[in-house]
Design a protein around this ligand. Structure first.
Ligand code: PMP
Length: 396
């Protein structure tokens, strides 16, 4: 069977982490892998999560299977978090299933869309590196539409809209909810409204990837896109990840949210999602879902979690400001000022591939190919060195 096997090349971002770990320079800077990190370089367990975990473990007296839709209370709480008191929830037009992380939710969504005859999935370029393999595994070849204009470090909305105009009822548009990965360039509320209107008129299917809810501005503002589409368009799928906003990465917690025009149809679509999951991993891991459910179901833990999340996202925003201020101080004018208008952990530095390599080899600054930097790795101890390296590499 495997006589002719050759190894798959290692994942580029994981390879970068290994190279960083092996680098003996004491002033190396890690702007690579996409997890939240404190200034000490740690990714701590959130205090609300610790408390909820203690409670969950203490009250657990069986390892029986959970229901197929996940840990009890999980989906109801996630739906409330995402939709608040919006009509879509009151009317039962929204339903959800727990999934193994945002990746699991994306794969479920792709399988579901495939089962019902979707022809293409398109998204703005560049996109998160795993979108292609995830959708590809379900039989789709992602079509890249113009989105980010590297020359101006901003969204080329006109070019994007022109490309979206060509989509029709059997086409899917994959949209990043907020904290666009890898560019940090999010659609404005006006642009979201335009896109939702286009979806309504043209009938293309919106698939919203929400992996950073609460990391851009706050939980309410970051739900704008999902609510705007759910309000205006009969059908939407949302893939939700609890990896970043709850810091539950390895527990693999996420959800596939289904919005349809009637409650009955939403439940029927959900039943297909469960059917697809059953034929794959049967049901999602219970622990992380139980922890999220415990937090969101408790006013005390919920407040604690919201405060921690706000502190994390505030810190990342602060790092953006530090980088831009340092670049101005170093005489780069407003070359990097776009960074403070962007959201989430990532932005692209205007570097070509050769310059990305130079940053790593000559200056010990680890950046993902394409120029993606994780803003969590930028802080007052290294920002001066980082800007000096950027200046040296781009002005040599
Ligand atoms: N979508 C995007 C855009 C992401 O950046 C990520 C995580 N890096 C995910 C989905 C999936 O997250 P997870 O499977 O870890 O929950």
């Amino acid at each position: 069977m495997f006589a002719a096997v050759t190894p798959v090349p290692p994942d580029a971002i994981l390879g970068l982490s290994l190279a960083y770990a092996a680098d003996t320079r004491s002033d190396k800077i890690d702007l690579g892998v996409g997890v939240y990190r404190t200034i000490e370089g740690e990714t701590p367990v959130m205090a609300a999560v610790k408390k909820a975990e203690a409670f969950v473990i203490d009250h657990q007296n069986s390892k029986r299977y959970t229901p197929p839709e996940g840990a009890p209370g999980f989906t109801d709480n996630i739906l409330k978090l995402v939709f608040g008191d919006a009509d879509v929830l009151q009317s039962g037009r929204a339903a959800a299933v727990q999934a193994p992380g945002g990746c699991g939710a994306l794969r479920l969504a792709a399988d579901l869309l495939n089962r019902f005859g979707a022809r293409t999935i398109s998204t703005g370029a560049p996109t998160w590196a795993n979108h292609k393999p995830l959708m590809g595994a379900a039989g789709f070849d992602i079509q890249m539409l113009p989105y980010y204009d590297a020359a101006s470090s901003s969204i080329d909305f006109d070019a994007y809209v022109e490309a979206v105009k060509k989509l029709g009822p059997s086409d899917v548009l994959l949209i990043h909810n907020c904290c666009h990965n890898p560019t940090g360039a999010d659609l404005s509320t006006d642009q979201i409204d335009i896109l939702a209107q286009m979806a309504k008129e043209q009938g293309f299917f919106p698939l919203i990837d929400a992996a950073y809810h609460g990391f851009a501005q706050d939980l309410e503002k970051d739900a704008y896109m999902i609510r705007a589409f759910a309000d205006r368009v009969p059908e939407v799928l949302v893939t939700y990840s609890c990896s970043k906003n709850f810091g539950l990465y390895r527990e693999r917690v996420g959800a596939l949210i289904v919005v349809s025009d009637t409650a009955e149809r939403a439940l029927a679509i959900k039943s297909h999602a469960l059917n697809i999951a059953r034929a794959n991993y049967s049901m999602p891991p219970a622990h992380g879902g139980a922890v999220v459910s415990e937090i969101l179901g408790s006013p005390e833990l919920s407040k604690m979690w919201r405060d921690e999340l706000a502190a994390m996202s505030g810190e990342v925003r602060g790092n953006r400001q530090k980088l831009v201020a340092e670049a101005e101080k170093a005489g780069l004018g407003n070359r990097l000022s776009y960074i403070t208008n962007q959201h989430g952990m990532f932005s692209l530095l205007p570097l070509n591939e050769e310059e990305v390599v130079k940053m790593r080899v000559d200056h010990g600054v680890y950046i993902v190919g394409g120029g993606r930097i994780n803003m969590c790795g930028v802080n007052h101890t290294n920002v001066e060195r980082l800007v000096a390296a950027f200046k040296a590499v781009t002005q040599s």
